[in-house]
Design a protein around this ligand. Structure first.
Ligand code: T1G
Length: 691
């Protein structure tokens, strides 16, 4: 049973015991109701304490049950709360660790609440695209006031229990043993009648209308793509204006609307995707990890400097090596400037800045790195340069040190072969700017040892990165897919579009940045070099020449104040370029292509299905462990809109039959040679499945 019953003299104790977070799944809900009934039937019992074992009180409803019959199977959370609230004996919620979502709503149904300090109190449902659906929007404002309740419900952020000690939410803060404190409190109130019910509290706030209006203003921007925040406000408004039961019904109605939305399903998908990514088949969570006490970075360029900051931010000493003092000074200057910008924004104190700078040392000598537990190479993307570096590292690094490469396109197995210890070699592909972008592709070589992989995945979490395991292939997961996306973008220019139209269509879809603004930011010459290499290595990968023509004019993007767009110095605003537009039209004429008007729908289909189709190949080759890992790469590294869940989730929502039919259609259209339905996509389509 995931909710146990025990008697301590005249006090009954119901203990939630459903690891890892006491999710209020069906069995737990049943256990609570049974426990309350047992306490009621037992004449000697005078009060009931409800307490959580393990991490905390409860992390809320069991999200895994959502959109399944179990979620609503009686006793529903509503029934549990009603049973407690109408119980003839006092029920005290004893909270430690966390009381979140349905967990907090369960506590709000109790007659009393006691808590230890530093317990995380939250109604985070809005972050899953829903709202508190078991009375939280009706009861919390009655306990802590409209403004504070609205902030917690609309933003979903946790508040430490001691910050709520001044409200009616907690009847007592317990600093000693929680269970003892709760039972002592139970004896004090055992005979108090009438039993206090949160629903009987009146909302006193005289400024409630202004507070609600101000919050509606505040969330206007996100309201366009996320329906939940607005409905959170509507539910709190009902708590102010409607009788309690009516407010409860209204909240329930809104919850049932939201839980069916694609946005909510996408947000829940992302929640679990982040937690699944750390699971590697065949490598258990009890794998012994290598100790990472000190790190080293080879290269103090943009990437190397950013990578070093990640370690300093996590409190790990890091030594940066360069070939010349000037390069070191420049790199350290970049790091200091980045920290000072954060300081100016008030997100860093001077003391923190000094501490972090103090953790970063520099050297010109490889020997100085020998005691580091991990070294990450971030030098020029040229295999001969990598070879020199890794042969040198193999000579100086201590046995057991992890040798990581930040390469984004080169063969990691080949890099590993430059050392005598390929089992210690791994890829850590950061995304620029490395100190900002959350995504870290962790590239597992053929020889990479399991404990090295597990260590780097744990290190990713420690340096606040979202680690996703990738196998070795050209472009790993993200860049391999983005290449098909860009191929389509170039072909669309030939066939009738202009950069601004394509970018606008993709930004309306929800990407932070369309392909051409993104390429101008990253540098068009990067893709240019890759295409030149590709022409030799992968003759099957035929591109439109339009991108090369752009680069032949030296239009590399923002760094040359001219790319697909024109830029004014010091201003990142992209201005449509007549020169480029004329170049595109002339290029199509040279090819004899009759340009045509192309709708935004086709633009979005061709770019996003190109991602999903290549993602299907990456799955069938085992480069990615699961489709949600691919989604995570796009959600955390490429600005894919969170409310659409990632390219694979989005394709599944559209329906793989529609996606594969569209791919077939494009395969018989202009530049159809670039389209081949991935066998795995076809297989899932034939079986009526999704990713
Ligand atoms: N349901 C199911 N599984 C959950 C879960 C939940 N609510 N919360 C966490 N897990 C799993 C998670 O997938 C992972 O599983 C493990 O627990 C540890 O999680 C009616 C309907 C509570 C702060 O949104 O914020 O109540 O990968 O790694 O870092 O209004 O989990 O190990 O197999 O995150 O210590 C509202 C979501 C639900 C809270 C703990 N509640 N969870 O953080 O551990 S909706 C939430 C969290 C609701 C009612 C509505 C965090 C945490 P695995 P973890 P952690």
């Amino acid at each position: 049973m995931t909710a146990s019953f025990s008697e301590h003299g005249d006090i009954a104790v119901i203990t939630l015991d459903n690891p890892p977070v006491n999710g209020l799944g069906f069995a737990t809900r049943s256990g609570i109701v049974d426990g309350v009934q047992r306490a009621l039937d037992h004449p000697a019992i005078r009060a009931i304490v409800l307490i959580g074992s393990g991490k905390g009180f409860s992390g809320g409803a069991d999200i895994r049950e959502f959109n399944t019959p179990k979620a609503l199977q009686e006793p529903s959370l509503h029934t549990v709360i009603r049973t407690i609230e109408s119980c003839g004996k006092p029920v005290i919620a004893a909270i430690h660790g966390m009381a979140m979502g349905g967990g907090l709503e369960l506590a709000l149904g109790c007659h009393y609440r006691v808590a230890t300090p530093a317990a995380q109190i939250a109604l985070p449902e809005v972050k899953l695209g829903i709202l508190p659906g078991a009375g939280g929007t009706q009861r919390l404002p009655r306990m802590i006031g409209v403004q504070r309740a609205l902030n917690m419900i609309v933003h979903g952020a946790p508040v430490p229990s001691e910050q709520l000690a001044d409200t009616h939410l907690f009847d007592r803060m317990i600093t000693g043993d929680l269970l003892e404190g709760a039972m002592a409190f139970a004896h004090e109130i055992a005979d108090v009648r009438p039993l206090p019910k949160v629903r009987d509290h009146q909302i006193q706030d005289t400024d409630a209308t202004q507070v609600l209006q101000a919050m509606r203003e505040q969330i206007k921007a996100q309201a366009q793509h996320y329906p939940a925040p607005t409905k959170c406000i509507d539910a709190v408004e009902a708590a102010i204006n409607l009788p309690f039961e009516d407010g409860l019904s209204f909240e329930r109605e809104l919850f049932l609307q939201l839980v069916q939305t694609t946005e909510s399903k996408a947000l829940r998908h992302s929640f679990f995707a982040e937690r699944s990514a750390v699971k590697i088949p065949g490598i258990g969570p009890d794998t012994t990890l290598r100790e990472i006490r000190a790190a080293a970075v080879i290269g103090a360029g943009t990437m190397g400097a950013g990578i070093a900051m990640n370690f300093a931010n996590a409190g790990i000493p890091v030594c940066v090596l360069e070939t010349a003092q000037a390069a070191l000074d420049k790199g350290l200057g970049t790091i200091r400037r980045n920290y000072e910008n954060t300081l100016k924004k008030g997100r860093l104190t001077q003391e923190q800045l000094d501490k972090r700078m103090g953790l970063i040392s520099t050297t010109l000598e490889y020997e100085a790195l020998s005691s580091a537990d991990i070294v990450i190479e971030a030098v020029f993307e040229e295999i001969s340069v990598k070879e020199t570096v890794f042969r040198r590292l193999d000579q100086v690094m201590k046995p057991g040190a992890i040798l990581a490469s930040n390469t984004s396109t080169l063969d990691l197995d080949r890099i590993a072969s430059f050392t005598s210890r390929p089992q210690d070699v791994i890829g850590m592909h950061f995304f620029s700017p490395a100190n900002v972008m959350k995504l870290l592709e962790v590239v597992r070589g053929k020889a990479t040892a399991d404990d090295v992989l597990a260590t780097v995945m744990a290190l990713a979490k420690k340096i606040k990165k979202t680690g996703v395991v990738s196998g070795v292939c050209d472009g790993f997961i993200g860049n391999r897919m983005i290449e098909q996306y860009l191929r389509q973008a170039f072909y669309l220019l030939e066939e009738g579009c202009l950069p601004a139209q394509i970018d606008q269509a993709i930004e309306n879809f929800g990407f932070a940045m369309g392909p051409f603004r993104m390429s101008d930011l990253a540098g068009n010459d990067i893709g240019w070099h890759i295409r030149q290499r590709r022409r030799v290595e992968r003759p099957d990968m035929v591109y439109s020449q339009i991108g090369d023509k752009l680069c032949e004019r030296g239009r590399f993007g923002q760094k040359t104040s001219a790319g697909w767009y024109d830029y004014h110095p010091g201003d990142r605003t992209a201005h449509a370029s007549d020169e480029v537009n004329q170049m595109i039209i002339a290029h199509a004429a040279e090819l004899g292509v009759a340009r045509r008007a192309i709708g935004d729908d086709e633009i979005v289909e061709r770019l996003i299905y190109a991602l999903a189709n290549e993602g299907a190949r990456i799955l069938e080759e085992g480069i990615a462990l699961r489709a949600s890992d691919i989604d995570l790469v796009y959600l955390t590294g490429y600005g894919f809109p969170l409310y659409r869940g990632g390219p694979m989730f989005y394709a599944s929502c559209v329906g793989l039959d529609k996606v594969s039919a569209a791919v077939q259609r494009y395969a018989s259209g202009p530049n159809g040679h670039a389209w081949h339905v991935a066998p795995f996509l076809q297989k899932l389509t034939d079986e009526g499945k999704s990713f």
